[in-house]
Design a protein around this ligand. Sequence first.
Ligand code: NAD
Length: 296
Amino acid sequence: MSARVLAGPPVAAALLADAAARASRLPAQPNLVIVSVGDDPASLSYVRGKSRKAGEVGLRNTVHALAETTTQAELLTLIDTLNRDDDVNGILVQLPLPAQIAEAAVLHAIDPRKDVDGFHPLNVGELWAGRPALTPCTPAGIMFLLEHHGVPVAGARAVIVGRSHLVGRPLAALLLNADATVTVAHSRTRDLGSVTREADILVAAAGTPGLITPDMVKPGATVIDVGINRVLKPDGKGHLVGDVHPDVAGVAGALTPVPGGVGPMTVAQLLANTVRAAELQHAARADLEAAGEFVR
Ligand code: NAD
């Protein structure tokens, strides 16, 4: 048996097409502002990828690439300006930030209505309360991928390996909101295999190459590999591998590849979130105008 491949790119294209169609119904193309601080090559490459994809689907976007020495006060001033600018619909601050800047202070400062990464505590709280919110991109992209490939979630046993704020925790909330029975495992979990073998849907988001081996997977399970790990192969070249051992394909019913699985969903979901933010801001302004309130 070889697992069905849950490819990301066609699903990301479907999500982007839907976002572009919704964007075209708004009075102006949604506008995303991406802020990066410092010269970390990986961060700068992610920022370029996000900006390029935004342009491809017709979203307006601007990148503020700030110097490594930028102070927290300077960054907060920029965020305040962007918060007040009605022409800016989405604000993304690329993480990680240099040591002199407290990540929490920055994430708290972004207007929750423009928080397209879904990291503001208000959005985190709404997500866990089961109410609509701007939701972190990788987990939201995974939900779209499962839905698109017809993987049943309601009633399923879902196990997530990894409890980060970026992936594991918000995905647990989304799966719970979609009526799965959810377990979150992590680096202190005892006998990880006995937990993962329970899963109808197993999500590996640990950042450990090959962590999930065939004996840890229930036959026929859907396995979502979030891991992106750069490893040196015997040919001396760097390769991207996931957290799931390749032999899992012989046991799982369906499996996302790395690369080409969850990765493309993340950027697509960021742009979908930007359109969503613009729609909500537009609707809020229309409500105020209808109520006779002055709107700038
Ligand atoms: P993180 O380091 O913040 O969190 C890793 C989590 O995995 C922690 O909760 C830790 O407890 C758990 N963990 C680590 N080793 C473990 C082990 N041996 N057994 C059980 N649990 C273990 O990482 P993150 O930001 O959540 O990212 C996880 C992986 O997903 C990384 O490889 C990252 O590159 C990748 N990632 C991919 C995308 C994408 O778009 N595909 C997006 C975000 C992250």
